[in-house]
Design a protein around this ligand. Sequence first.
Ligand code: IPM
Ligand code: MN
Length: 361
Amino acid sequence: MKKSITVILGDGIGPEVTEQSIKILNAVGEQFGHEFTYDYQLMGAVAIDETGNPLPDATIESALKTDAVLFGAIGHPKYDNDPSAKVRPEQGLLKLRSSLQLFANIRPVITYPALSHLSPLKPEKMEGVDFVIFRELTGGIYFGEKKINEEKTEASDLCSYTRPEIERIAHLAFQYAARPERRKKLTLVDKANVLETSRLWRKVVQDIAPSYPDIAVDYMFVDNAAMQIIVNPKQFDVVLTENMFGDIISDESSVLSGSLGLLPSSSVGTGTVLFEPIHGSYPQAAGKDIANPIGSILSAAMMLEHFQMNEEAALVRKAVAWTLAQGFVSQDIDNVNNYGTSVIGDLIKDFIEQKIPADVN
Ligand code: IPM
Ligand code: MN
């Protein structure tokens, strides 16, 4: 099979982790006879530096044409503490999400037995934790009207949702919960005791639920959900939520596995699908070859699955689990005995190419 991929390295550690994914995709291509072609494009602080625009038109045009987008990370500290900056790297990602209509962000919370000692939770709480967050990605407070008065004494961000915006992601989440490998449970996370938008989410989900009679639905306020993720994470299967709540609870959930650096995501919509690790640009580590490439590599595995290359995706996941089980981990996971970004990429690649001796398999 031939597949074209728009590659957006982005900022901070984005380039070095994405480079490992390209290595892995090329190794998979060799092993299975696929041809992946890459179109490198700019977005984020690097794009502002080079073009003045966090999302140049060429990047959108490429993304609309290719079969998938692989994205690294976005953000630079020089913008974080400058509230009056007119142009910000993050605007690039938000505009790309809306240009490609990437309305659903899927974030699987994966845990590895080999890393259970790193979780902030006790091992018995972690056993069997396996849930997926469906975060709405192109609506809500992120995209509502923003205002600040001239005196800079009052500001507002509007949170609004329409029924169709909720329905389309809710259907995806219900269908996902119905997959054979899932436990047929969907939890809507909202703040329906306070917010009108949340009450609309609840109403829409209640209206849709009868079309999925096999799925058990429950409803949870976001403050309670934030607590339940820590006290009883096993109870979750598919979690559906709006944009901002999803942003927050997915970072919270990611550390259950031991490191934010491990988790992948896909963003799906009406056209090209985007794949990215959920971590940020980690500027302190940029260029040092110490960042964890696994969030990006598992995002590439999600991309392979999207291409219907299931055996290929499974092999990549097996290779990742093998490196973790062998203790070939990066600094975020083990501060003393650790390996560099590119060494971990090479080990995963070697496993895929079967250069790993059978006795350690
Ligand atoms: C994420 C990030 C983004 C978000 C930022 C970089 C705009 O935190 O993908 O979770 O808030 O959506
Ligand atoms: Mn986030």
